[in-house]
Design a protein around this ligand. Structure first.
Ligand code: ADP
Ligand code: MG
Length: 399
């Protein structure tokens, strides 16, 4: 089940928002509504679902409605209309007490301006939220220390914020957001004020943290590269509306309209798309099948070689049609014709690096995941097609 589900979620700022919201149904734009009514459309009928464990990125230019949208999720801003479900529960129908519990137990928040208290130590800053929840001193210190360790600040607990670099201050902010062990972490431009290199480190760490802790993260950014790097899903906003939701690949390769197209046109695809984006299903065989069945598989699938894998898809090597024929003629054991020197790459290898590799080896590249498992194969044509911005065909075998 989705952890968050929003239906036509809308926020209008002004004196009579409900009446103004009706104009959205008539298709009035943000601009027209402002011109005619002096009301500002913050979020316009946003429909989306967030699955547990996703990094859901909300991206858009300044003023597009990102902060308003994220604040609707914990009702720091009250929606004008629409629906919002958290694990199937209607957030907009919660009593004040339920809402308080929802915010305290299930949601953490990290802001761009770290908003640290200068006269509190690092650990005191992290436990602040727990303190106002009335969690006793010993317990909250325990929780804060755990959170502090998670973000790599062990040893800094008794320092003061001004003794820390910007990147470390943001870690404190992150630790504070994680201190109550929330299911959802809302991050509003959390890394936007950081220097580029520190920012990249923080992005990597967030991805790692996410893999470890399986949190659902709603991450806001106005930076496309950041969105593409960390997003599982990206919602692109314009004038309060979500203009497209999709994976980074979908946003890049299948822009929904001219606006998205322009937004992504300067992206260097070779540095963003990875092997897992362009790989196809590999034609495989298990070793006990032998050379005759191998040849038959190759004929059926129109390929001239097969990857040899064990029952758990661990890559053993590759066999060619030529060698299979030779092994039948000369009565060689099948094992002896398996070539083990196969070019491989990890799923997150960027196309730039793949392309360089393929220039030298003139062979398809096997994509290998954890435990040496074969996940797919990348052929040169797919890399070229992706780099030239062509949509890739789905499915199909290739070697
Ligand atoms: N409290 C408010 N009162 C009136 N208008 C607001 C308020 N907060 C935001 N807005 C307007 O709502 C729109 C979306 O703002 P915001 O969500 O802050 O955008 P973003 O975070 O993408 O920069 C903007 O037009 C902004 O001026
Ligand atoms: Mg904002």
């Amino acid at each position: 089940m989705a952890i968050i589900e929003a239906k036509k979620l809308t926020k209008i700022f002004g004196s009579d928002p409900k009446r103004t919201a009706a104009l959205l149904d008539k298709g009035w734009s943000k601009e027209k509504i402002f011109a005619e009514t002096k009301h500002t459309v913050g979020v316009n009928q946003a429909d989306f679902t967030i699955e547990p464990g996703q990094i859901f990125v909300i991206m858009g230019l300044s003023g597009s409605g990102k902060s308003t949208l994220v604040r609707l999720l914990n009702r720091l801003i009250e929606p004008t209309s629409g629906q919002l479900l958290f694990n199937g529960t209607d957030v907009l129908k919660m009593s004040p007490e339920q809402l308080r519990q929802y915010r305290r137990k299930h949601i953490g928040m990290v802001f761009q301006k770290f908003a640290l208290f200068p006269h509190r130590t690092v650990v005191q800053n992290i436990e602040y939220g727990l303190e106002i929840q009335g969690i006793d001193k010993k317990k909250r210190r325990e929780m804060a220390m755990e959170s502090l360790e998670l973000v790599g600040l062990k040893g800094w607990e008794n320092s003061y914020p001004d003794q820390l670099s910007g990147g470390m201050q943001q870690r404190v902010g992150l630790a504070r957001g994680l201190a109550n062990d929330p299911e959802i972490l809302l991050m509003d431009e959390a890394f936007s004020a950081l220097d580029p290199l520190i920012r990249k480190d923080m992005q990597d760490e967030l991805i790692e943290l996410q893999l470890k802790m399986k949190k659902t993260i709603v991450f806001i950014t106005h930076d496309l590269d950041e969105a593409l790097r960390i997003g599982d899903q990206i919602a692109l906003m314009k004038d309060g509306s979500i203009v497209q939701i999709g994976t980074p690949e979908e946003i890049l390769m299948q822009p929904a309209n001219k606006y998205v197209e322009r937004f992504v046109e300067d992206v260097d695809l070779s540095k963003v798309l990875t092997a897992s984006h362009v790989m196809k299903k590999a034609a495989t065989i298990t070793p006990e099948k032998g050379p005759r069945v191998s040849l038959q598989f190759m004929r059926e699938q129109g390929v001239s070689s097969l990857y040899v894998v064990d029952k758990r898809m661990q890559l053993l090597g590759i066999i060619t049609a030529e060698d299979a024929v030779r092994s039948i003629k000369e009565g060689l054991p099948f094992e002896s014709i398996i070539q083990t020197d196969v070019p491989t790459a990890a799923p997150d290898t960027v196309l730039n690096d793949l392309f360089e590799m393929m220039g030298q080896i003139r062979l398809p590249v096997a994509v290998i995941g954890e435990n040496n498992r074969l996940k797919g194969v990348v052929v040169k044509g797919a890399v070229l097609a992706a780099l030239s911005g062509n949509t890739l065909e789905e499915g199909g075998h290739a070697i």
